[in-house]
Design a protein around this ligand. Sequence first.
Ligand code: FRU
Length: 564
Amino acid sequence: MKKRCLLTLMIVLLTCMAFAQVKPIVLGDRHAMLKLTQDSRYLLLPVQETEDIASIAVLDNYNNMVQRINVKLSIDRVDYYVPFEIRGTALLDIEWQGDRRQKGAVGDFVCWKDMKYSNEFDTTNREKFRPAYHHTPLYGWMNDPNGMFYKDGVWHLYFQYNPYGSQWENMTWGHSTSKDLVHWEAQPAAIEMDWLGSIFSGSCVTNGNDVVAFYTSAGHHQTQSMAVSKDGGRTFEKYSGNPILTTSDIPDFRDPKAFWNEDAKVWNLILAAGQEMRIYSSKDLKEWTYESSFGKEYGNHSGVWECPDLFPLTQTTKQPNNQTTKKWVLLCNINPGGPFGGSATQYFIGQFDGKKFTCESMPKVTKWLDYGKDHYATVSFYNAPENRRVVLAWMSNWQYANQVPTKQYRSANSIPRDLGIFQYGEETYVSVVPSKEMLAVRGQKVKKPTETCEIVVDVKNQTEIILSNTKGEEVVMRYDTTKQTFKMDRTKSGDVSFSEAFPCETKAPTYGQIKQLRIFVDRCSIEAFDADGKMAMTNLVFPSEPYNTIKVNGGKATIYQIEN
Ligand code: FRU
C-alpha cells in the first residue's frame, strides 16, 4: 500500500513538473526572457506555423550566447511541439520579429502556458500522409539530401533539417542510416549551426577511416566549410581553418560536392556560383585550386543553379564487341525554372579531365532527370558499391514545400534510383531506374491498389491508367505511343488547395516506345518509371483516402503490396 502511495505521489510530482507554468520576464512588446529553472532534458516549445518568428538567443550560466534559433512560438494556438535540448542552458532571450502589438501582450501568449519541461519527446507520427517506405525526418522540416556516402555496409544520408519546426529554418545536417536504402534509422543531428552561419547543403567523402564533410556556411555571405568525422559519420568536428573557400562577388555560392577523381588522381569539388558551376581541385582536401567554370549559356537559366554533382557513367554496348563508353554527367538543380514550374533537376553530359567539364550537346539543349514536379536537389552517394551511381531526390518543390498538408514533419526523399546512360537519336541521356533494393520489398500480389504498393503495367500502344478512391479523387496517367509521351494529371488527386501551383499535369518524353511502367505509391506520392529507365516522373498527391481502385485501358496491371 505504502509503495503504491509513493508511486502515485511520484507520478503526480512528475506530471506537475512537466506542466509547471513557465514564467517569462516580459521586457517590452516584443521582448521577453525565460530562466530555465528545471533540471530536465528538454523544454518542449509550442509552435504556431502561421505566426512570426521569435529569435531565441540561448545563454549559458556565464551569460555567453551558445546558439541562436528561430522558432514560431505559439501566440493563440498550438500546432505541435518541438524539443529544445536544455544541455546546460540558463536563459533564453526571446525577441519577436514583426509587429507584435496586434497580437496582445507578450505575457499573454499561449506559449508560456503550454511550454513543458520533459525528459521525453514523443516522435510517434500519427499523420496519415507520412510515407511508409520513403525516408522522412523523425519530426521537423527536411529539404535537400546532403553528404550521402556508403561505408562498411551502411548508407549514410544527411539532410537539410530544421529541428525547431516543420518549415524551413535553422539549417542543420540531420542524419539517418540504412542497410538497404529503404529502412532508415534516425540518428542525432550531425552538424549544427555556428557563428559562420547555418549549415547549408554539401557532401561527404571517405578518406581512409575519416569521413570528411563539405558544406556551405550560410551567414552574412555564403562560404564553404569542412568538418571531419572520426567515428564513421556520427559526429563531426569542424575544421579550424574554415572557411576553406570564399568569394567576394557572388551571393549564391554554395552546395560543394567533393569526390575523388580516379582518372585524374586528384580530389575535385564542384559548387554552384550564380549561373554557373565552379570546379576546383585539391591534393589534401584543405587547399583548393580553382580550375574552371561551366554553364554560361548552357541549358536552363530561369532560376538559381544549386546542388551540383559530377560523376562518370559507363555504358556497355550489347554484343558483338561489348564496348564500353564512359561519359561524365553534371547534375544541376535549378529553382525556379523546372519544366512545370519551380524546382527540377537538369543535367549535362560530356567529358571531364579533372580540370574542365566539356558538354557534348549544343548549349540550347536542356535535359531533365525527372519530369514530375516533386523531384529536387538530386545528388548521388559517394562510394556506392559495385560501381553503382545511386541517387536520392528531395520529393518536393519550393513553390509549396512549406505548405503541404502535414505538420509533425514535412517532406520525404524519393525512392533510391540507379543511374545509367542510353542513346536516343543523336543524344545521350541519363537513364533512371528504381534501385534493386526496391524489388526486395516487393510483397505479395494484391487485387486492388493500396496506400503502399507497386503497380507494374505492361503497356500497349495508347494506355490510360486511372487511380481513384470512393471520394471521386483520381490521378490519371496516359502513355501515348504516337507522341511518345507519358503524362500524369493530379488536378483532382485530393487536397490541392494549399497552393495554386500544386494542381497540374506533368508530361515526359519517352524517347521511343515503352514496354512496362513501374508505379510506386506511398500515401502521398506517386513515382512512375519506364522499367527500362528512359522516363521518370515523381509527383506528390494528398488524397483524403487511399486510392483503392485502378482502371487500365490498353494495358495490364499487376499490383504488389510493398512490405516494410
Ligand atoms: C536547395 C537549397 C540549396 C541550399 C539549401 C538550403 O534546395 O536552396 O541551394 O544549400 O537549399 O536549405
